[in-house]
Design a binder for this molecule. Structure first.
Ligand code: URA
Length: 293
């Protein structure tokens, strides 16, 4: 989300190349360069409605003299007129039952990816640029499941490519692993929630059949669940990540029983760097588990 554009436009005009305010393409490019990723504002304002005074006719038929009682001058509103937002119609998409039957009908990762791209994911999918399916090595022994794409992932169509993804890659490299070699990565939710909101229960319920089928078809030996959303969704628990992390669980998916470890999300580690030691410990536990299987 991004606001404060007006002040920043002012700052840009003070730079070497003045911004052409009449060139919509230049304005849009400038907003993107400044980090705008959504066209939203705090309040709905109808900027197209001119002040009422400006709409009054300046010429017209002359009124007959002395036939009208003089009226007090009317206060004319100035500036943009506030408009009430219409109630948003929930666009919930095809829903959980459809997700379950579609996911169950897919027999390969390629089919699942195509089905997700076709699936009606409601407002969530419509507001996203991409369906972010997966990255890394198909058939890898380790599958990492995060929460949902952020702005960078949405733009590039790949999971964990922003700052938290870069931290994840560095941690994997330190443990002798990489997405290019032996790690496969996806998310519980394949579409970026607007404003990076935490996906709610309805969204998770709709996406869960796809990520479960995704794990089943990817057949990893170990699943690393990054963050509370991923761990809670896949384990079907309401426990928080602080309680869950570092304790091995078993995911029963189809006929498979897969060792699964909840761990802190790298975005959380960026905010709480003192927890990196625990995350490192969890990653080493994953490595040991992979070697033992
Ligand atoms: N956070 C996630 O959980 N997944 C991503 O792909 C990026 C950030």
């Amino acid at each position: 989300m991004y606001s404060g554009a007006i002040n920043l436009i002012h700052m840009a005009t003070m730079q070497d190349t003045p911004l052409d305010h009449n060139d919509p393409t230049a304005l849009l490019a400038w907003h993107i360069a400044m980090g705008a990723d959504e066209a939203v504002w705090d309040e709905c304002v109808d900027k197209f409605s001119a002040p009422a005074a400006a709409l009054q006719p300046t010429t017209g038929p002359a009124q007959p003299q002395n036939t009208r009682v003089a009226q007090p001058p009317q206060q004319q509103p100035t500036g943009p007129r506030r408009v009430e937002a219409k109630p948003v119609q929930a666009i919930s998409g095809a829903g959980q039952a459809a997700a379950e039957s579609i996911a169950a009908g897919c027999n390969s990762l390629a089919e699942l990816e195509a089905a997700l791209k076709d699936f009606d994911g409601g407002l969530l999918k419509r507001s996203a640029k991409n369906t972010v399916f997966a990255d890394g090595t198909r058939g890898a022994p380790l599958m990492i499941v995060g929460e949902a794409p952020g702005a960078d992932e949405d733009r590039m169509g790949k999971p964990f490519v922003g700052v938290s993804g870069q931290l994840l890659d560095r941690m994997l490299a330190a443990a002798g692993m990489s997405r290019e070699k032996n790690v496969y990565i996806s998310n519980v939710v394949p579409w970026r929630p607007l404003g990076n909101r935490t996906p709610d229960h309805a969204i998770i319920a709709m996406c869960l059949p796809f990520i479960r089928r995704h794990i089943e078809l990817a057949e990893p030996k170990v699943v690393l669940m990054l963050g509370g959303v991923s761990a809670k969704a896949l384990l079907g628990t309401e426990d928080g990540i602080t309680r869950l992390r570092g304790r091995w669980k078993e995911l029963g998916i189809g006929s498979q029983k897969i060792a699964a470890l909840p761990a802190y999300h790298p975005a959380y580690l960026l905010r709480q760097p003192h927890l990196k030691g625990l995350a490192w410990r969890d990653l080493l536990a994953v490595k040991r588990k992979l070697q033992s299987l």
